[in-house]
Ligand binder design. Structure first.
Ligand SMILES: Nc1nc2c(ncn2[C@@H]2O[C@H](COP(=O)(O)OP(=O)(O)OP(=O)(O)O)[C@@H](O)[C@H]2O)c(=O)[nH]1
Ligand SMILES: [Mg+2]
Length: 636
């Protein structure tokens, strides 16, 4: 059969013994309790699963335990459900875990569901009506306000047809999930299967997975190979979101895998220990204080979190606020992920919320922009969020950082970047790999560069500008190299700065010499020119000048940089004309006497002493005019 089936996850919820598991069995034919202990005690302890195909919809059922001691197991199952099947026994009506499970589903962002009044065979019509009224009252103003409330009996089968129909109608409103997103599978079970090895199961919340894929295991970061995949209880090429999924993994013992870990697209995400969140407190909870420790549940994971509020330093019952959660264990979380918090002791559900910044900084008093930043993230608009993220990033952001922080696909990132850079809010300082900084930061860097160059040239009028290296260093380590380069490029493109070799200078500026300096410079050059190859010592030349020693030294540097003079050895400087003449002499010599010359013949040819001859020959070797061959030189 090639008909397209929509995949929908239905999660049960409700008080202990209200008939959740019996109802799942009545609907699917599969009793979800698997454990020996569950069968013996007649209660559900851990999650159970079953499947049902109904007119174009493939339902995956996640059956949870009602016992208050196993709420943490219930939480692992509630993550990822599309449709809530709220179970209320007609003979008991609403009980504590009815409320708690319902609160949890609301806080986890479940949007739709159906209510089953189970065990209807045990009550008369009046009682049933009363329970229905109580249920309506209970659901008023909630996401299930308009949900179908259907009496059923797992024992007699009464109402099951209507319930299936109601589930199918609700399933139609479940939005389709995009299999093209990054893959994430929170693991709820891990076991070994004979002949297969390690298998993990979970509700596939995002992306797809198939045999041969490489996946990353969080939080360890281990890369694993997928051997095979089952989706909705059968082998498939690729599992798509909204289905119960089993993944057969190669290269790992099942004992190294457990509930709470996550399989994900490799190399995209980072585990975290600190998150910024919108935190909501239940009306039934006590006031939550700054620094409170709570149990934290997200996906199938569970750890302990310490709460620091960003605004008001406490959270009143029924209230909500921004908070930083420091997690005891590292988890993979992304913005938009929902979580539940439970009181440290006694353990009851007190609230929940949504992750806004999964890689948050430590709370700091001077970080005054954080609340506004979180408000922007909470709006969920890509461009505004990326602009705000870039503005808060001291070094700017690169492509990988954006992907890890948002979970957005490449195209989503590129679209947002394009719009923001067109509006001048961000600046792409490197295209591949992509890096961006805020428009504001870029302008600041540009301004600083222009100021630095100007200041440097004022202080060093005899230098042809500041070196790139010094300019880069003067900006401090906070400016990334790409930003520096892009800003410098723009300033030169705009004709504000000029670069020459290693030097950066104001456009159109030239080394400005005072009259006495210009004269001294000429004198230096003349002294070396006159000396030909029998050059005086540098000191000797400089001492005779009418300018102070430091300036004289600078003038010499200018001549060297202009290449009017050439430093041949630490002590010896020659005029370039003298060196050119020397090269000329050698080539004449070569023509007349062959390409070999000894040190004595060289001295004779040039009329200089050994003191000059050796450094000059070494210089000529370096210049590849000559090459040393034993005691002789080959003229090249
Ligand atoms: N008469 C009658 N008994 C039912 C019905 N549904 C369930 N029961 C019985 O109620 C008891 C509890 O049913 P379960 O399905 O295990 O209840 P549960 O909600 O799954 O319980 P936990 O998972 O432990 O929270 C069992 O003895 C069932 O046989 C029903 O529709 N009619
Ligand atoms: Mg059960």
């Amino acid at each position: 059969m090639s008909t397209y089936l929509k995949s929908v996850i239905v999660g049960t919820a409700g008080h202990i013994d209200h008939g959740k598991s019996a109802l799942v069995e009545a609907l699917t034919g599969t009793h979800p309790d698997r454990l020996e202990e569950e069968k013996r005690r007649g209660i559900t302890i851990d999650l159970g699963f079953a499947f049902l195909e109904e007119e174009g919809v493939r339902f995956g059922f996640v059956d949870v335990p009602g016992h208050e001691r196993f709420v943490s197991n219930m939480l692992a199952g509630a993550a990822g459900i599309d449709v809530l099947l709220l179970v209320i026994a007609a003979d008991e009506s609403i009980k504590p875990q009815t409320r708690e499970h319902f609160d949890i589903c609301r806080l986890l962002g479940v949007k739709r569901g159906v209510v089953a009044l189970t065990k209807s065979d045990l009550v008369d019509a009046d009682t049933l009506e009363l329970v229905r009224m109580e249920t309506e009252e209970f659901l008023r103003h909630s996401f299930l306000e308009h949900a179908a409330i259907l009496p059923v009996s797992a024992k007699t089968g009464a109402g099951l047809g209507e319930l299936k129909k109601a589930l199918r109608i609700v399933a139609e409103s479940v939005p389709g999930k995009d299999a093209a997103r990054y893959f994430r599978l929170p693991i709820d079970r891990a076991f070994a299967m004979k002949g297969f090895g390690s298998v993990v199961t979970g509700t596939l919340i995002s992306g797809s997975v198939g045999a041969g894929d490489e996946v990353e295991l969080f939080p360890s970061g281990t890369r694993l190979r997928v051997r095979g995949v089952q989706s909705g209880g059968r082998s498939v090429e690729r599992a798509t979101p909204g289905q119960r999924t089993a993944v057969n993994l190669a290269g790992i013992e099942h004992t190294a895998l457990k509930r709470g870990m996550v399989l994900a697209t490799p190399g995209k995400f980072r585990k975290t220990r600190r998150i910024d969140v919108r935190l909501e407190s239940l009306a039934s909870a006590r006031k939550m204080k700054q620094g409170a420790k709570v149990h934290f549940h997200a996906g199938t994971a569970e750890t302990i979190a310490e709460v620091s509020f960003h605004g008001e330093k406490e959270l009143l019952p029924g209230g909500s606020g921004f908070a930083n959660l420091k997690l005891q264990e590292e988890l993979l979380l992304l913005p938009g992920d929902r979580f539940i918090v439970r009181q440290f002791s006694p353990v009851i559900t007190i609230g929940g919320g949504v992750v806004l910044d999964a890689l948050a900084r430590r709370p700091m008093r001077r970080d005054t922009g954080r609340v506004a930043f979180l408000e922007t993230l909470e709006q969920g608009k890509h461009e505004a969020a990326l602009a705000a993220m870039t503005e808060r990033a001291l070094f700017g952001l690169n492509f990988e950082e954006i992907a890890a922080r948002t979970g957005w696909m490449e195209k989503e990132i590129r679209d947002a970047v394009e719009k923001l850079s067109a509006a001048g809010r961000v600046r792409v300082v490197s295209a591949e790999p992509m890096a961006l900084v805020s428009g504001k930061l870029f302008d600041e860097v540009r301004k600083k560069i222009a100021e630095k160059v100007e200041k440097y040239q004022k202080e060093n009028p005899l230098l042809p500008g500041i070196t790139r290296e010094d300019l880069r260093a003067s900006l401090g380590k906070r400016v990334r190299t790409e930003t520096f380069r892009a800003a410098l490029e723009e300033l030169t493109a705009q004709g504000k700065l000029e670069t020459a070799g290693e030097f950066v200078k104001k456009a159109g500026s030239a080394v400005a010499l005072r009259p006495e300096e210009a004269k001294a410079k000429e004198q230096i050059e003349a002294a070396f020119a006159a000396a030909s190859l029998a050059v005086p010592s540098v000191q000797e030349v400089l001492q005779k000048l009418a300018v102070e020693a430091k300036r004289a030294e600078k003038l010499l540097q200018i001549l060297l940089r202009e290449k009017s003079l050439v430093r041949v050895s630490p002590e010896l400087i020659f005029h370039r004309h003298a060196l050119a003449q020397l090269k000329e002499q050698l080539s004449t010599y070569k023509k007349a006497k062959g390409d070999r010359i000894t040190v004595p013949s060289f001295k004779e040819l040039t009329g200089i002493t050994r003191k000059y001859a050796i450094p000059l020959l070494e210089y000529l070797d370096r210049e590849r005019v000559t090459r040393r061959a034993g005691d002789e030189r080959v003229i090249l």
